[in-house]
Design a protein around this ligand. Sequence first.
Ligand code: OGA
Ligand code: MN
Length: 202
Amino acid sequence: MQFSTLIDDLAVRGWSVQRAFIPGHDSLRLAEECRRREAEGVMVPAAIGRGGSQAVHEGIRSDRILWLESGQSAASDLYLQLMDALREQLNRELYLGLEEFECHFAFYPPGAFYKTHLDRFRDDDSRSVTAVLYLNPDWQPDHGGALRLYLADGESLDVAPDAGTLVVFMAGEFPHEVLPTQVDRLSVTGWFRRRAALPLSA
Ligand code: OGA
Ligand code: MN
């Protein structure tokens, strides 16, 4: 099965890192699109929180984002289709009841970071699984910019944002941060969502 190690990892320990999850030419096309959007000035400073409490806090994160929509390019459609196939397999094998996948390009210019956080909103736990695809073909260790994932028992894991690497983890379980990057850092960051729980009523 195409996604079997990823799904086994998620089931057993709640996270997985897949190198070469997509071929180099596909991540290159996504990187080109992300850079083009950045050059066009359509990427916007990322906000924190939801709805009325949404606000840009440059002390917490300093990336710029653009949501992917189907039909915007062949490269992003291919990725959305792949992630939809993964969503269906996660539902078949782990019964996660994931209803959709949402994702955005993220562009971290030199000096940008994202301080430690969880990917679940306080008032909405529908984001179940985080999936980040990295798009940087020539990443070097001294570029910084690692994703640091805080695991159980005080352990942590640093993931280099190498082109084609996909990291997935249970969104509500692992605090994580993006360490300051020295060079442009490009990714597609996304979440598999369940239907938002209805408020309990009498
Ligand atoms: C996020 C995030 C991690 C990364 O956007 O919520 O944690 O490695 N991104 O880009
Ligand atoms: Mn996050």
